[in-house]
Design a protein around this ligand. Structure first.
Ligand code: AMP
Ligand code: GLY
Length: 441
């Protein structure tokens, strides 16, 4: 018997729970933030708790063999450190290295100091006057990024989220006054291209890549509207993306390798868990947009269902520090994940409302269902302010996977729900845009 405690309760964590439970020896427990019915069903026991000290106590009391953490928040605040006090291993980095996601300023400084490829032009600020002076003389388009955690919703980009310097300055004022992401921020050059999620399993010395995924961050179809945590994602049967060249992936690999080395040099601590480099292929090559200290959400739902190897063994190899390629094999299948969310998610979501989910219908379509930020009360399911459920199609190619995911969305019903139909479609346009971009140099 292997006792595992899972921390988190979104779609990503339901996918982690499902992957762990493929190993029949696993007895699963969960520390959730909302009552996710999908995870609950797979568990022997659970608590609803956010406090990392209390979660560590729970892990000790039920004597788990290891803990795996889904979201960034507990990691950045030191859950792995709390668990270490009780000698409980954690799949998820300690706070000294999880800072790679927790402080975007730290990440950029590290890249600069260690000459890590993919860096962008950046400058850090904590005061309005200096930022204003810099922006007024900056002659390129830019992005403004709060340094600390903002749930993926803090970055604003010129041309997309604001059209004038005055609007940008207004946002800077808000960051400082409301201490968004801690109140410190970066102004970076705006990169134009196609984003891709490069996720690896790592024990701090060795790393093994997962299939590359593309996430759709914008709330609305056609990549319009505000940024969200991600409205859906896809991956292809060859584990690359159609607009990427081999050298783009080679650079992403180099970024991850050098970053793991740099983190160890800086802290003397091995980074153990998942490192996810959010990259952008632009006209020159690959640029690093940000690091994440965990699986992507939704990206975990693309990769974990096609993992052929035993996920529990991978977790043990991460903990023991002897991870190698032979432990990790993914099926050569395409995947498409579509999130169904409350209208206004990420901006102005409605109050909780009931949703009905026809699980049998979804099964008949051949799709996988992952529950996300919902609460189960007396057998009924209610939304929260975040994403509701994810539907994943898997097939020999993306067209098949996308159809399965899309067709299954009709089995999720609720008054104020929506999803992006364009996820996993119009890939030809992306390829064309990338070709155009690279032709010009
Ligand atoms: P992040 O939270 O850093 O992943 O940023 C959220 C989104 O903002 C990214 O997925 C990009 O779409 C966009 N973004 C962040 N930094 C830049 C940048 N330097 N140039 C262009 N877009 C960016
Ligand atoms: N899908 C974006 C993220 O997990 O940060």
């Amino acid at each position: 018997m292997i006792k595992v405690l899972l921390v988190g309760s979104g779609g990503r964590e339901h996918a982690i729970a499902t992957a762990l439970k493929r190993n029949e020896e696993v007895k699963l427990y969960a520390a959730m933030f909302n009552k996710n019915p999908g995870i609950k069903r797979l568990c022997e026991g659970y608590i609803i708790e956010k406090d990392i000290k209390k979660i560590a106590e729970y892990a000790k009391n039920i004597s788990v063999d290891f803990v795996i953490v889904g979201p960034e928040d507990p990691l950045v605040h030191g859950i792995a450190n709390e668990l270490e006090k009780f000698d409980i291993p954690c799949v998820g980095p300690k706070k000294e290295v999880a800072i790679i996601e927790g402080e975007k300023i730290f990440a950029r400084r590290l890249m600069k100091k260690y000459n890590i490829p993919g860096i962008v032009e950046f400058k850090e600020f904590d005061n309005y006057e200096e930022a204003e002076k810099y922006l007024r003389s900056y002659n390129k388009e830019f992005a403004i990024k709060p340094s600390g955690l903002t749930g993926g919703k803090g970055v604003k980009v010129f041309g997309d989220h604001f059209k004038t310097i005055e609007e940008a300055l207004d946002y800077i004022r808000q960051i400082i006054e409301r201490k968004i992401g801690g109140g410190r921020f970066l102004i970076e050059e705006k990169i134009i291209g196609e984003e891709f999620s490069f996720q690896v399993f790592t024990d701090g010395k060795n790393f093994v890549e997962m299939p590359i995924v593309q996430d759709y961050k914008r709330a609305l179809e056609g990549d319009k509207g505000w940024n969200t945590g991600g409205m859906g994602s896809y991956s292809c049967e060859n584990h690359s993306l159609p607009f990427l060249e081999e050298r783009d992936i080679e650079t992403a690999r180099e970024i991850v390798k050098k970053t793991l080395e740099a983190l160890y040099k800086e802290t003397g601590i091995h980074y153990k868990g998942i490192l996810y480099a959010q990259c952008m292929a632009d006209k020159y090559g690959t640029r690093l947009i940000e690091f994440n200290c965990r699986f992507g959400d939704p990206e975990a739902m693309n990769v974990l269902p096609i993992l052929e190897s035993d996920f529990v063994e991978i977790c043990y190899k991460i903990i023991e520090g002897n991870l190698s390629k032979k432990h990790v094999k993914f099926k050569n299948l395409a995947t498409c994940c579509k999130y169904v969310a409350p209208i206004g998610y990420g901006l102005n979501p409605p109050k909780p409302f009931e949703v009905t989910i026809d699980e049998e219908g979804i099964k008949r379509e051949g799709a996988l269902l992952f529950y996300a930020s919902v609460n189960e009360e007396n057998g009924k399911i209610f939304t929260t302010t975040s994403r509701t459920v994810a539907l994943v199609g898997i097939g020999e190619n993306l067209e098949i996977a996308e159809k399965i995911a899309e067709n299954s969305t009709k089995y999720v019903k609720g008054e104020k729900l929506y999803h992006r139909r364009d996820i996993g479609r119009n890939i030809e346009e992306k390829i064309k845009r990338m070709k155009e971009l690279r032709k010009r140099i």
